[in-house]
Design a protein around this ligand. Structure first.
Ligand SMILES: Cc1cc2nc3c(=O)[nH]c(=O)nc-3n(C[C@H](O)[C@H](O)[C@H](O)COP(=O)(O)OP(=O)(O)OC[C@H]3O[C@@H](n4cnc5c(N)ncnc54)[C@H](O)[C@@H]3O)c2cc1C
Length: 370
């Protein structure tokens, strides 16, 4: 039996960010997963950091995602310095475009909301949108430019987080799937079938599989898998300058010429395969948005299971039933963006018993006795 201050179940971007933050603050950490870090939903992620597109005005998700975006420069800087890894992270801005006149009012409304918040944004007519992004379809009627937005290479960032945590002493044992989390003395034990890991606290960061965990007589939180498929293309010629968000897909231009095209949203259970229908829809949508995509090479197609919740908000906070059990899951479409804030809030809770205001919104108790 190995023991540490905290055992984390799940090494996606959320589990690895929490592991790094805890280890950085001096805790001993064990990270349990049967996959390599980042090989759950995270490997399929587009890594976009676009709160003002993703989160509706007035929703608590907007406050959380904006707060987390503010932490990103320091977060990525620290992880890269400690791991020695280079991680692509760019605040290129995003251009959200419309091809139907009747949708322009929506962009105008979004621009007005941003102006009220004091967030820099620019409403563009068709000519200005195409001048800024010449690859755009001629059907564009207007666009909304938000300079603060950006993206990060989610897989590389997760590997760097795991490496930085390991440098701070975090242990990642041989692949093991947690079968049971149970009370043990004054702490908890995570059992994989072959090994037992005792922790003063346990953090559940098992993404869309959280609902399948066996936790000491507790009904697991209502997290369900929502499949997303994403293409990686090898772009030729002049690159796009920014993230372009269209009606049927978005595209993310990496510096090396890789263009990510995402994403489907499918209720397909735990099926992690890519499908002909998903790939075809994304290719069609990409070629409609940026017709030069016809000339690109298809590098690969990926699928991941987003951890969805009934109210589309994460589940972060203490269990109301099992002492020293903390959930960090259910990040649905924004787990990459929310990773720095989640790590900070969970570390505050586990190490200092400090409850961040975020937990008023993400408290597991809103779904009953979890
Ligand atoms: C196509 C697509 C595009 C996306 N685009 C974006 C985006 O642009 N921006 C953004 O912020 N987010 C995006 N997301 C969402 C984001 O990827 C997720 O919210 C995030 O990856 C969730 O991270 P996680 O660590 O909670 O889960 P995961 O990455 O799924 O990690 C969970 C880990 O837990 C492990 N695990 C599960 N059960 C057990 C067990 N019993 N024992 C041990 N280990 C276990 C799994 O093996 C896995 O490694 C996208 C998702 C998809 C699919």
């Amino acid at each position: 039996v190995a023991s540490s201050d905290v055992v984390i179940v799940g090494a996606g971007i959320v589990g690895c960010a929490v592991a790094y933050e805890l280890a950085r603050r001096g805790a001993t950490v064990t990270l349990v997963d049967d996959r390599a870090p980042g090989f759950g939903a995270t490997q399929a992620s587009a890594g976009m950091l676009v709160p003002y597109i993703e989160a509706p005005e007035g929703s608590p998700l907007l406050e959380l995602t904006v707060r987390s975006l503010d932490l990103f420069d320091r977060f990525v800087g620290g992880v890269c310095a400690e791991s020695g890894a280079a991680v692509e992270y760019r605040r290129t801005g995003s251009l959200e475009v419309e091809t139907r006149d009747e949708s322009l009012a929506r962009l105008r409304e979004a621009a007005a909301c941003l102006a009220r918040r004091g967030v820099s944004a620019e409403l563009l007519d068709a000519a200005a949108a195409r001048a800024g992004e010449p690859h755009l379809t001629a059907e564009v009627v207007g666009g909304l430019l938000v300079p603060a937005h950006g993206f990060v290479a989610a897989g590389a960032l997760t590997a760097a987080l795991a490496a930085a945590a390991a440098r701070r002493g975090a242990r990642t044992p041989e692949a093991g799937r947690a079968r049971l989390i149970a009370r043990s003395g004054s702490g908890l034990v995570v059992e994989t079938g072959t090994e037992r890991f005792v922790g003063g606290s346990v953090v559940v960061a098992a993404g869309s599989w959280t609902g399948r965990l066996a936790i000491d007589g507790v009904v697991p939180p209502p997290v369900r898998p929502v499949r997303g498929q994403l293409l990686r293309l090898a772009w030729s010629g002049a690159l796009l300058r920014r993230i372009v968000w269209g009606e049927r897909c978005y595209v993310v231009p990496w510096h090396d010429g890789t263009l990510l095209v995402g994403a489907t949203v499918e209720e397909a259970g735990y099926d992690e395969r890519t499908t002909i229908a998903g790939v075809r829809d994304l290719i069609d949508a990409a070629c409609d948005l940026v017709p030069h995509a016809w000339t690109a090479a298809l590098v690969d197609a990926r699928a991941g299971l987003r951890p969805g919740t009934p109210d589309d908000l994460p589940i972060v906070g203490k269990s109301g039933v099992v002492p020293r059990l903390v959930y960090a899951t259910g990040h649905y479409r924004n787990g990459v963006l929310l990773a720095p804030l989640t790590a900070q809030v969970v570390a505050d809770l586990v190490l200092e018993d400090r409850t961040d205001p975020m937990i008023a919104v993400t408290n597991p108790a809103r779904f009953g006795a979890l």
